[in-house]
Design a protein around this ligand. Structure first.
Ligand code: CU
Length: 117
């Protein structure tokens, strides 16, 4: 019984250790920042905000819009066609630092600002 508890505690410590290691390894392209945005009419969910990522890590952006539109990541100059009601996925390595607007062009909505440092 006690031995099992010790094993569990040890397991948790190990998991924590690995977690800390994962964040310390930010800048590694295998570390992926998942960002999911939904657009309905002129409402962006979650509300536009600044999202920080470490330079060199990957960003996977999943956007679902209720209308056809064109997603644009400024600075990185990446575009993604959005089809109504269909999640569109854009993945890239955040390899330049700065503050970049991510927006959709037809509806002129800002989705968020990507801060890479
Ligand atoms: Cu743009």
């Amino acid at each position: 019984m006690i031995r099992r508890l010790v094993a569990v505690v040890f397991g948790l410590t190990l998991a924590f250790g690995l977690g800390a290691c994962g964040s310390a390894a930010a800048g590694d392209p295998s570390v992926v920042k998942e960002i999911t945005v939904t657009i309905v009419g002129t409402t962006v969910t979650p509300a536009p905000d600044r999202i920080e990522v470490a330079k060199g890590q990957s960003v996977r952006l999943t956007v679902t819009s209720d209308r056809a539109d064109m997603l644009h990541v400024h600075g990185y100059d990446k575009s993604l066609e959005l089809k109504p009601g269909t999640p569109a996925v854009l993945q890239f390595v955040a390899d330049q630092d700065g503050l970049f607007e991510v927006e959709v062009h037809s509806s002129h909505l800002q989705l968020f600002q990507l801060e890479v440092q």
